[in-house]
Write a protein that binds this ligand. Structure first.
Ligand code: HEM
Length: 118
């Protein structure tokens, strides 16, 4: 089966989507404070991992490992929703088909319970 990731051009496309998404996240006061003590390179890595995951790329995560890395952040639905809305905006901006956007959002949603309130 052709994955979303390969269909839209693999890493090259991912890096463009990441740049766009990164700017949206860091301009948003709802969530940018979580990254206040994270250096720029690490932030970019985070956004890349997030996008790659959503698009079915090589970095796939278990709920357990996601609970662990977000431990101590006490992330709330409002934070998760903000990130999801930026993902939707970034994918829309690059002309991704609505049904493919829905698939990506469903994927991300599957980790919501693992990531929140940790
Ligand atoms: C499905 C959703 C998410 C995925 C797949 C994901 C992925 C990851 C991964 C893989 C890490 C490990 C550190 C690294 O990237 O090197 C991480 C850490 C982190 N995540 Fe997420 N994340 C998600 C949601 C969120 C949300 C909603 C927020 C906050 C609004 C957030 C903020 C952070 C922060 C601040 C770190 C630590 C960064 C650092 O200082 O090293 N994440 N995340």
């Amino acid at each position: 089966m052709e994955t979303f990731y390969s269909k839209y051009g693999g890493e090259e496309t991912i890096s463009k989507v990441v740049d766009y998404f990164y700017d949206l996240v860091l301009a948003d006061d709802t969530v940018n404070h979580f990254f206040a003590n994270t250096d720029m390179e690490k932030q970019r890595k985070h956004q890349t991992k997030f996008i790659s995951y959503a698009l079915g790329g090589p970095n796939q995560y278990s709920g357990q490992s996601m609970a662990k890395v977000h431990e101590g952040m006490n992330l709330q639905p409002v934070h998760f929703d903000a990130i999801v809305s930026h993902l939707r905006a970034a994918l829309t901006h690059f002309g991704v088909k609505e049904s493919d956007i829905e698939d990506a959002l469903t994927k991300v949603e599957s980790l919501r319970e693992d990531i929140l309130y940790k």
